[in-house]
Write a protein that binds this ligand. Structure first.
Ligand code: MG
Ligand code: FE
Length: 173
């Protein structure tokens, strides 16, 4: 197998770079979200846990890229591009900031699930068992985070709307 030069190996490396950029964006987004939350401590705590996971994911993906002989210097360029998208969807400064954050985060985790599902198959196709295992592990963490958001959104919505009608309490974040 000429995995060093095949198109499949090139695609795999490109997608790992995309995944790394995605994780850098995830860290920025989650850090911003957690830092702004004031009255939803459980949400803040879960996000902070996922920030730790996200940093480890970055390290693991970087390891795969380096093992495949990929260049890591272009990481920063890719990240900047996606920040505008984040600013537009995250709802920062909106009166329903916490709900927009939950919505965007759920969408983002599902984007990550889609990305790592594809990466697992690509790595298997190329015969890179280590990358497949790494992506499978990350996939489980993204699924767990997406499920947490899904299961906690109804309660969060009720809490938000209850607080929104209470002039004494801070609802938006
Ligand atoms: Mg991630
Ligand atoms: Fe994630």
């Amino acid at each position: 197998m000429e995995s060093d030069t095949s198109k499949a190996a090139e695609h795999l490396l490109d997608w790992l770079r995309d995944a790394h950029a995605m994780e850098e964006q995830a860290e920025t987004m989650l850090t911003s979200l957690a830092g702004r939350i004031e009255t939803y401590p459980e949400v803040k705590q879960r996000i902070e846990r996922h920030i730790v996971e996200t940093r480890e994911q970055q390290r693991l993906v970087r390891g795969c890229i380096e093992r495949l002989g990929g260049d890591t210097s272009m990481f920063k360029d890719l990240t900047g591009k996606m920040m505008a998208t984040f600013q537009a969807f995250s709802g920062v400064f909106a009166s329903d900031e916490i709900m927009k954050g939950a919505m965007f985060s759920y969408a983002f985790e599902n984007l990550e699930i889609a990305a790592y599902s594809q990466l697992v198959e690509a790595a298997k196709f190329v015969g890179d068992a280590e990358t497949a295992a790494v992506c499978e592990r990350i996939l489980q963490e993204e699924r767990a985070m997406a499920q947490w958001i899904e299961h906690n959104t109804p309660g969060l919505m009720r809490q938000f709307l209850m607080r929104a009608d209470d002039p004494e309490s801070q609802a938006k974040r």
